[in-house]
Design a protein around this ligand. Structure first.
Ligand code: SF4
Ligand code: SF4
Length: 225
């Protein structure tokens, strides 16, 4: 074979990478633009409201009113956003209970790798873990609903060393969505069949970026009840 002709899988890997880079660029630009639009909106509405109410302008009044309107927009989720989701790990850490996965794989089939979660900013930037280009930056699932990094043959994680933090700290021991009876290894088929049957297209409706900060979002894998 001509050494300059790439094998099909090499081409698709490159295309995959380029699409991810392109999407990352688009989302970054949209985020910056949205932030500017939100800022302009807040200023404009504040100025108009003040002029109508008082007929007099001072810098302090404008600043105060802009902040008020900005907070109100955030509270009512009226801020413009490109629909991105990033995980913020600043929430409290749940207590970790070790689980012997190997002795359970024949029953659980690694069902926890169907749970949904968004990556954090560091995981996105590192590029080890694939995210869903249709729902940035949620973990990418295959058609069967499993994480794209799960090796179906041996149930091992293909990015084990670089797996997301939620995967590292997740334990199914107290997760009643997975186990009806953890000790007897009885799965909660009702919940699993209702929620984890297949990969469905879901839209991100809540804004995750406000004023350049990232809002904490619980994920399926943050289960700690
Ligand atoms: S964490 Fe639980 S559900 Fe996930 S592979 Fe291990 S035993 Fe199975
Ligand atoms: S990254 Fe690894 S541990 Fe995490 S959901 Fe995917 S396959 Fe499972």
């Amino acid at each position: 074979m001509d050494k300059h002709i790439k094998k099909p899988n090499e081409n698709s890997n490159e295309l995959d990478l380029q699409m991810e880079r392109g999407s990352l660029f688009t989302h970054t630009s949209l985020t910056r633009l949205s932030a500017r639009i939100n800022e302009s909106d807040s200023f404009l509405y504040a100025m108009v409201d003040l002029m109508v109410k008082k007929g007099l302008l001072t810098t302090e009044e404008i600043t105060e009113f802009v902040q008020e309107v900005r907070n109100e927009s955030i509270e009512k989720m009226e801020t413009a956003h490109p629909g991105l989701a990033l995980r913020d790990d600043r929430g409290g850490e749940a207590e970790y209970t070790p689980v012997n996965c190997e002795e359970r794989w024949s029953v659980c089939k690694a069902i926890c790798c169907k749970l949904d979660f968004a990556l954090n900013a560091e995981e996105v930037e590192n590029g080890h873990v694939k995210w869903d280009m249709g729902r940035p930056y949620f973990i990418r699932h295959n058609k069967q609903g499993f994480c794209t990094h799960l090796n179906q043959e041996n149930k091992c994680c293909g990015v084990y060393e670089d797996r997301p933090k939620v995967c590292k700290k997740y334990s199914c021991a107290k997760d009643e969505r997975i186990w009806k009876d953890f000790e007897k290894m009885e799965l909660n088929h009702e919940w699993i069949n209702t929620h984890l049957k297949e990969s469905k297209l879901k839209f991100v409706e809540s804004p995750m970026f406000t004023d350049q900060k990232i809002i904490y979002k619980k994920t399926d894998r943050d289960y700690d009840e």
